[in-house]
Design a binder for this molecule. Sequence first.
Ligand code: COA
Ligand code: AMP
Length: 627
Amino acid sequence: MGRYADEFERSITDPESFWADAARAIDWYREPTVILDSSNPPFYRWFPDGEMNTCDNALDRHVRDGRGDQAALIYDSPVTGTSRRYTYRELLDQVARFAGVLQSLGVTKGDRVVIYLPMIPEAAISMLACARIGAVHSVVFGGFAAPELAARIDDAAPKVVVSASCGIEVNRVVEYKPLLDRAIELATSKPDRCVILQRPQAVALMTEGRDVDWAEAVAGAEPAACVPVKATDPLYILYTSGTTARPKGVIRDNGGHAVALRWTMDNLYDVKPGEVFWAASDVGWVVGHSYIVYAPLLAGCTTVLYEGKPVGTPDAGAFWRVISEYGVTALFTAPTAFRVIKKEDPDGELARKYDLSGMKYLFLAGERLDPETYRWAKDLLGIPVIDHWWQTETGWAIAGDPMGLEALPTKPGSPTVPMPGYDVRILDPDGNEVAPGVTGEIVLRLPLPPGCLPSLWHDDDRFVSSYLSRHDGAYVTGDGGYRDQDGYLYVMGRTDDVINVAGHRLSTGEMEEVLAGHPAVAECAVIGVHDPVKGEVPRGFVTLKAGVGQDPASLSAELVALVRDRIGPVAALRRVDVVEALPKTRSGKILRKTMRGIANGEDEPIPSTIDNLDALSALRPVLISAD
Ligand code: COA
Ligand code: AMP
């Protein structure tokens, strides 16, 4: 057996010994004597009697170990024309001071802090400051609109919200503060205080008595020390799209998370302390949490925080500039970023202008890596291009090619093999395992490894009903796919109402709720259709209530604007068609899968249960018509 197979086997047959070994890479105030608490299935807890602090492991530890003068974080912002390096010592100082600010505002262990910030160092500083004092952060992605932010504020009930005057989308200034004010107005749970960073591109109007200026607060702050927390205490809540409008609050604990992420830096990403790791994502997504902030710092690497896009800031050579300028060893991004670069620079001419010789690996995740994009990136860069599959809930890769453990041969279209700790099974609808090559539901047998969600925030019941109730003793990933004869996994897409737009996870159910709320709409359906750059984009279809005389074009524009206003620009719903009828089964279920198949040009069978074949025939040309 190779090293991968040995380690994988050990992680499944003796998970406690496997993860006890991995836990040695973390500094504990109290070493765990119990590795896994399985006394209350389906709830499992890793390292229940261990005590540590995630910020201590990410910053203080490296300063103690002599890494104080090494760059911890490089902020590169083509949209503002700035670049700044923070050494571990400087970052620690800033984090400790901001932790002092939070303490002075009454934040203590277990309190929640919502962070609504663009891609600026203060985002990482706020997250680490929360970790330092045992507070629980909840970062909300900047592309969400006020009602989405309000829903998260209501669920997390934060004492403090941290935000900024604005973000910058290529050359458009997005004012964050009015969105925050509106969200607080909408929310029933009001934060006591808001800390606002004023950026030069926009001035935020402050609310007297509630809002605090970041710079002033930090100038007068006393640095705070690390507060020991239990390994099982929550580090953060990250909301993600489910099948309904209510997002799910995924909880991440402190100990299991630190152990798992630290393990991945050596064994999956093969990046060493002192090397530069760049996750070109956003701190608002799980990739940003795990691989812009926590994992690279836990491993003593230098992380890059990039406030820009793959194209347009200023061109499709932006990634290559960053890689060569900072000596990036490994880049992690979503396939969509490469598709958009390829579209603008198909021959990769811009890449040849830069010295990319220090780059060892390209890691891609967030959506399926299509073989064409894989080959383009591989030919261009001539280095291993590694697809790996994971989700917000797991916090780190379920499947990948473990570069540091044993580089396995790549098969385009497959994220290779399960990572240690993940007992992956493919099931048919009755819960029986299927043969190699047969597609089914991808599930993970419990317990999930450290770092994965122990539950949903204040909602154990929803955790069980969403993930654990369908198949006894297994976690349902929501993805479908198969394994081949060699055990390689193929993840083909979601089996629920979740879609993946430019690597961003969105719920079609949530968009439908917005459309259905319009007074003219009788019925609606939102489906994800194939898009050559974004992977998938949503398309909406509505029927009108009797007697509605509104012009379809103006209604359609209104509905597009409504979704943008309620969910945010990130929803990227650009087209809503007003149609006569939607195809349904005899029991009244809208045939979304059939509609999706036709729109994607697939040879989609018509279900025998269809009630109104004429509606489907009338819809067919609309479904297949391009924009
Ligand atoms: N704040 C405010 N608005 C935001 C935002 C933010 N943080 N992020 C995105 N938006 C807006 C965009 O400006 C765009 O607005 P528009 O409709 O006015 O043009 C809208 O949300 C849709 O954004 P997106 O789907 O990202 O499209 P895009 O055309 O702006 O960019 C890519 C497309 C491919 C360049 C971009 O999505 C990308 O870099 N993705 C890959 C990396 C990544 O972030 N992956 C996440 C997980 S790894
Ligand atoms: P998120 O929670 O935003 O990270 O989205 C997770 C979902 O994205 C998964 O459930 C998959 O549907 C999809 N996904 C992520 N990475 C991959 C991948 N490498 N291959 C296929 N699908 C992926």
